[in-house]
Design a binder for this molecule. Structure first.
Ligand code: SAH
Length: 267
């Protein structure tokens, strides 16, 4: 790995959703080969425990509403470390290319002539689906999967084109949507999405303290307020996240196909 991780290089590395077992082997090797690791607040203790004690570990934690280094400072720190000849890992929650402010860091590296690479990670939506034990897409029913962020500054209404998102054949994965949950619910319903569209809230996906809560679109605001605590949470919306026993049509279809098979077998 050292040969591939040259001095003075930056790797933006996806840390996955929290469970250290969901780190890629490449991410683990890059972390072990780094001279310095800059990490987000979202990167949990299980992953950070994989950083060898000899590697310098710097928190540049960003959680909305809490004190953190601003993006420009982070860009400058990374570039500075690389220009000093260090092997730099910028460790980010989930996948670096999804709501991870990677672009700013890529541009800062390019501008400074610092070589920069990306190691993908498992995004929160994939981990949430795994915790719920379901598929985010359904053949013929959920044909589209949209990742959207509903992040807002305190008290601000997110500017989102709800009409473009209201789609009974889509699964919507809302990142950073806890505070904006009332707007998500009202916006989609006003744009024509059914009030009883299934919703799943998944907090701390992939972690032992993880929790899941099922509700429906019109009840999302109250559910987000009462069912979630202060961990990172994803809101999944659409037919794909219906309770297994609620989608009895699916079960019926399965049973019918089994009956079909046995009647075929009888002939
Ligand atoms: N790059 C990250 C997303 C960063 S935005 C990724 O690909 O997953 C941060 C948001 O991601 C959080 O507000 C939350 O909505 C979601 N998130 C990250 N980790 C999560 C987890 N373990 N469980 C649930 N949601 C998570």
């Amino acid at each position: 790995m050292n040969a591939a991780f040259a001095r003075g290089t930056v790797w933006l590395v996806g840390a996955g959703p929290g469970d250290p077992d969901l780190l890629t082997r490449k991410a683990e090797r890059l972390i072990a080969a780094a001279d310095i690791v800059f990490h987000d607040a979202l990167v949990g203790p299980g992953v950070l425990a994989l950083v060898p004690p000899s590697v310098e570990l710097v928190s540049v934690g960003k959680r909305s509403g809490r004190h953190s280094k601003d993006q420009r400072t982070i860009d400058a720190l990374i570039v500075e470390a690389a220009l000093a000849g260090k092997r730099v890992v910028r460790l980010k929650g989930g996948d670096p290319s999804i709501f991870g402010r990677s672009n700013e860091e890529l541009e800062a590296c390019h501008a400074a002539g610092v070589p920069v690479h990306i190691c993908p990670g498992i995004t929160a939506a994939s981990a949430a689906a795994a915790d719920l034990g379901l598929s985010l897409t359904l053949r013929g029913t959920a044909r589209r999967l949209t990742f959207v962020t509903a992040h807002t500054k305190r008290g601000e209404v997110p500017e989102i084109d709800w009409a473009a998102l209201a789609d009974p054949q889509a699964t919507l994965a809302v990142y950073m949507g806890k505070a904006a949950a009332p707007y998500v619910s009202a916006g989609l319903i006003a744009a024509g999405q059914a009030a009883d569209t299934p919703v799943a809230l998944v907090e701390n996906a992939s972690l032992p303290k993880g929790s899941q809560f099922r509700t429906r679109l019109d009840l999302l605001p109250i559910a987000a307020k009462t069912a979630l605590s202060d961990g990172p949470a994803l809101i999944l919306i659409g037919a794909a996240v219906a309770e297994p026993n609620a989608s009895s049509s699916l079960e019926t279809r399965e049973r019918l196909s089994r009956e079909d098979i046995s009647s075929f077998a009888a002939h």
